[in-house]
Design a protein around this ligand. Structure first.
Ligand SMILES: [Mg+2]
Length: 214
């Protein structure tokens, strides 16, 4: 039986929606402390992220309102990471999970394990896949491109790598570690890495524009 494995961020749902959901939680936290409406703060964070990227969003918003402190930045980060996000699958991901509902389905995702677990919960994926492998639970060195959790999937299903197809968006790390072992790979062209050109080692076997092509 073939096995289908999906990446999470920007493969099954838009990662930026998580970021914006986190900004709203931080804005609610900061609003009474800064005496600024949460809507204004959230809009400021989104504008800051669009212009400068994520690295300094909380520092810069706190500075703009004259309230920067190391402790408050840390509290913002905690609020962001611990918030319960409200997320939706991409429409094509929803259709795809329905279409392949009878297949053994898995998720393999890197990142902060509690954050990733909250995303899986918010997307109601627990009942739709056999398991969501959060590589971080196995140690940082098991993050992609390390093939460890893909090998766990083979053991669990009693299949060879050739029977397992991984669908992901990040050509920097999603495919390069598992391709040499025989896993099949499919790149979905969207998200932050959509415009990256990949060499033969990093690229997937096939590329698709939407999961409807799977
Ligand atoms: Mg991804």
């Amino acid at each position: 039986m073939p096995v289908l494995v999906f990446d999470l961020d920007d493969t099954l749902y838009p990662e930026l929606s998580y970021v914006h959901s986190g900004f709203r939680a931080v804005a609610d936290f900061l609003s009474p402390r800064l005496g600024v409406p949460a809507e204004t703060l959230a809009a400021g964070m989104i504008a800051e992220e669009t212009a400068q990227g994520r690295g300094q969003v909380f520092d810069n918003v706190l500075r703009q309102h004259g309230h920067w402190s190391k402790a408050l930045v840390a509290a913002c980060l905690r609020t962001y990471r611990q918030h319960r996000p409200i997320l939706s699958l991409f429409p094509d991901a929803e259709r795809c999970l329905m279409r392949f509902a009878d297949w053994p389905l898995y998720i393999v995702t890197d990142g902060h394990k509690e954050v990733q677990a909250r995303k899986v919960a918010a997307l109601h994926l627990a009942g739709r896949v056999r398991h969501a492998y959060l590589t971080n639970r196995y140690g940082r060195h098991r993050a992609k491109p390390d093939p460890h959790v893909f090998q766990l999937i083979c053991q669990r299903e009693g299949v060879m790598p050739e029977d397992v197809t991984y669908v992901g968006d990040n050509v920097r790390k999603d495919f390069v570690g598992i391709k040499p072992l025989g896993f099949k790979t499919i790149r979905i062209i969207r998200g932050n890495y959509a415009h990256l050109e990949a060499d033969a080692a990093h690229d997937a076997d096939r590329s698709i524009q939407t999961l409807d092509e799977l």
